[in-house]
Structure formats: C-alpha cells, structure tokens
Ligand binder design. Structure first.
Ligand code: B4P
Length: 332
C-alpha cells in the first residue's frame, strides 16, 4: 500500500476516484442540489433518488460491544481493503502509519474520502488530539493544493454514524457543499473562548483555532486540539445533562473541522420524524454543515414544509443560553 505525505494523499484523490469509479469499486449516485435560506443561512438540500438503490447495510448495534456486532457483518474499514478504494497510508514522521485514507464507496459528491484508524477503534470514542491534528494536516494540504476541504466526525449512537470502526470524513465545498464551507465560516468576530451563534436554533459550540494553526506542523497542534476539544466536550456533557430528558451516559455528537474552527453539536436523536410523511429523516454531521440529503421528491417537499431549523433542532439539543457556559455571537 502506498505511504504518502498529506500533500501527496490529497493530490491522489481525484485520480483514485476516477480509477475506482471506472473499475466499479466506487458507486456514484447522481443528485441535484437546491438552496434554501433560513435565518439568513443558506442550506443545501441534496436530492438523490439513486440512493434508494443503495444496498441497505445493517445498522450497527451500538448497545453491543463492537466485537459482537462485528461478528454479524464485515468491517469495511479493516484490511484487506478493496484495493481501488485505497488512497494511501498517511506518513507520520519516522513512526509506523496509524491511518489509512479510503475513498467513500458510496459517493454522492465527488472526492469524498475517509481517514480510518489502522488499528480498530470505536466510532463511539472521542477523536483524539492526534486524530484531529492529522485530520487538520489534510485540510492544510487541501489549502496548499488550492482545494478547500472540511472534515466531519459522527460520534455515537444518535450521531448518524453507520459504521463502528473509527473514521473521519472529508468533503470539499467545491464538490457540493455550501460555498465557503459550513455556515459558521462566515463569522468574522474575535472569539477568545468557545462560543455559539444566536441564529442557530440548536445547541452547538465553536472553538476558534489560533491564526498560527494553519501554518503549523501537526505535532505542534496536539495541545491546541487537546485543550480545544476537551472544552467543547465539557459543554456537550453539560448540555446533555441540562436537557428536559437529561442524558448522563454515552454522549452522541457531531464534529466539524475547518481550517479556522472546531465545531461540536450534541445530539439527542439520530433522525427526525417529518410531519408531512411520518417518515424518519436521518441526519449526520453534514446536516449541521448546512447540507441535508433526501432520497425522493416527496421527502424533499416534506423537508421544505417542515423547515430545516425545525429538523436540526429536532435531532439536536435545546440551547442553553447561559453566558457562563458559552457566550453568544449574534452576527454571521
Ligand atoms: P458514517 O458516519 O458511518 O455514516 P454516514 O456518513 O451517515 O453515511 P451512511 O453510510 O449512513 O450513508 P447514507 O446512506 O446516509 O459514515 C460511513 C461512511 O463510510 C459513509 O460515507 C459511507 O458511504 C462510507 N462507506 C460505507 N461502506 C464503505 C466501504 N465498504 N468502503 C468505503 N466507504 C464505505 O448517505 C450516503 C452517502 O451520502 C454517504 O457517503 C454520506 O456521507 C453522503 N451524504 C450524506 N448527506 C449528504 C449531503 N447532504 N450531501 C452529499 N452527500 C451526503
């Protein structure tokens, strides 16, 4: 398997995608994207009827130890990998590679790839400082290559994750996300501590990375990610404890990472029941990056009628508007 630097790895993505598509190892599902504005924020709803043909994968049983659930289905992120889906192992100093980059087998937008741990780790575990620093190094490589990339992580049973094995995902807004990345990226104010935006109806917290982060080496960023993420995670636990139906056990949340910000969104539910159809709409981290996915015209119409804020609030948590916890910022 090729071992590559972050720059090489990011450069390889388009060619690997093309080759895997041609060999039939990568399945591409065509879609159309519609823009809806709510509270001054552009949301993109992607209509992808072709996904109805996607083979239904058994949902992971997060209540079982991963080993037991793993016995029921093969872990797609464990070796042997499908050769054409491998972009490469990520080179890390002199040590042995800890991560492999794979193409997303079920691609809705081009060049969607994953970073998976070589050793099994649980998707219900928090991203480590090293996971975040390595992820950030791929965003930096994207910037050097002139391709904006953001990363997301679905953690826990209610987060929208469909695989047990730890994986972070990467998308380019150029390839189908909101221009400029997640809505929060337009924020210009200074932010000395984690903050939240008053326009968003669900609990969420944002940590602004120091400006030097973008030109730093991954190992220099470990303490920043350790410190930033632990502060955000504390806010997640506090928020879950303060809900009308408090959660004290395993937390579910989504993480978004851009070159400027680390965002976290605590989750109460995996899916929202649409009033119009009674169907459940599953939401993962991309929903909170301003991207929703529907599989039929009927679902598209139902989402439009329901309102995206209602849906995101439905799967997220009630806000805790307590300046002691996290100051609110009102301007996007
Ligand atoms: P998870 O965190 O476990 O789950 P997910 O992103 O919600 O994807 P899911 O699998 O539930 O897909 P869905 O039908 O909702 O991530 C697992 C990732 O690994 C996924 O990207 C999955 O496709 C990929 N994967 C699964 N088996 C694999 C294998 N054998 N080899 C390599 N990769 C494998 O959505 C379908 C697709 O659309 C997903 O890729 C999803 O990320 C994407 N998507 C969701 N919302 C979108 C939006 N608004 N716009 C564009 N794409 C969107």
């Amino acid at each position: 398997m090729p071992t590559c630097s972050a720059d090489e790895l990011v450069r390889r993505v388009p060619d690997c995608t093309k080759a895997a598509s041609e060999s039939g190892d990568l399945l591409y599902f065509p879609s159309e994207s519609y823009v809806f504005q709510e509270n001054g924020i552009d949301f993109h709803i992607r209509h992808c009827p072709a996904l109805l043909q996607k083979p239904t994968l058994p949902a992971p049983d997060f209540s079982q130890p991963p080993e037991k659930d793993k016995e029921k289905k093969r872990d797609p992120f464990a070796p042997p990998y499908v050769e054409k889906l491998v972009i490469g192992e990520l080179e890390e100093g002199d040590g042995e590679a800890q991560y492999v980059a794979l193409l997303n087998k079920y691609s809705v937008v081009p060049n969607h790839f994953l970073l998976v741990t070589k050793e099994y780790a649980s998707q219900s575990s928090a991203p480590t400082p090293s996971d975040l620093a390595v992820t950030y190094s791929l965003l930096q490589a994207g910037q050097r290559a002139g391709t904006e990339i953001f990363a997301f992580y679905n953690c826990g049973e209610q987060s929208g994750a469909s695989q047990h094995h730890k994986h972070l995902q990467f998308l380019s807004p150029d390839a189908g996300g909101p221009p400029g990345g997640p809505p929060i990226e337009r924020l210009a104010q200074a932010a000395p501590k984690p903050f939240s935006l008053s326009q968003l109806p669900y609990a969420h917290y944002v940590y602004r990375l120091p400006s030097f982060a973008v030109s730093s080496q991954p190992h220099e960023l470990l303490h920043i990610f350790a410190n930033g993420f632990i502060r955000l995670l504390d806010l997640v636990f506090e928020t879950l404890r303060r809900q009308p139906d408090p959660i004290y056990g395993q937390a579910s949340y989504n993480v978004l990472l851009t070159l400027r910000h680390l965002h976290i969104i605590p989750r109460m539910r995996e899916a929202h029941k649409l009033r119009e159809t009674g169907d459940e709409l599953s939401i993962n981290a991309l929903g909170f990056a301003g991207m929703l996915l529907v599989k039929s015209e009927k679902e598209l119409e139902a989402v439009r009628k329901e309102g995206i804020s209602v849906i995101l609030r439905g799967v997220g948590c009630e806000r805790i508007d307590d300046a002691e916890i996290a100051p609110q910022i009102t301007e996007l």
